[in-house]
Design a protein. Structure first.
Length: 142
């Protein structure tokens, strides 16, 4: 399940803009939006790359309004070629900055039902890193 859909992009930015940006070839049906599907998949991958450090993926079922907005802004910017406007580019930059803050713990991850999704280490997930020089074994006998 992705963080955003074609319908989400249309609600935010309008059908005219989204349809004009998704200039794929072949017949147009709701299931064949080639550029748009690629842009949404790329946005999902970018979001997951950040979230994987703190949350077990895939996330529990539910819509995440903040991630939906971020995915829409990132996917929209990916639909533009060299003609990206400054406003679209700025929105994508702000979305990526917000995504980095989420990954760093600056925001809670909240579902549309108001449920906070706990990070991995809140419920006993693995935390990795270099072994401590001053662990129990190293200090034994001192």
């Amino acid at each position: 399940m992705g963080y955003a859909t074609r319908d989400d992009l249309i609600r935010r930015f309008g059908a005219d803009e989204i349809d004009s940006l998704d200039a794929g070839t072949g017949p147009r049906t709701p299931r064949t939006w080639p550029r748009l599907q690629a842009a949404l998949a790329d946005a999902d991958a970018e979001i997951n790359a950040v979230l994987a450090a703190r949350w077990s993926l895939p996330l529990p079922a539910g819509l995440y309004p903040l991630l939906n907005a971020i995915a829409c802004d990132i996917a929209r910017s990916r639909l533009y070629d060299e003609t990206i406007t400054e406003a679209v580019q700025e929105r994508a930059m702000r979305a990526r900055a917000k995504l980095r803050r989420i990954g760093a713990g600056g925001y809670d991850l909240v579902t549309d039902a108001g449920q906070i999704v706990p990070p991995k280490d809140s419920f006993g997930g693995a935390v990795s890193g270099a072994a401590s020089r001053f662990g129990r074994a190293a200090l034994e006998g001192l």
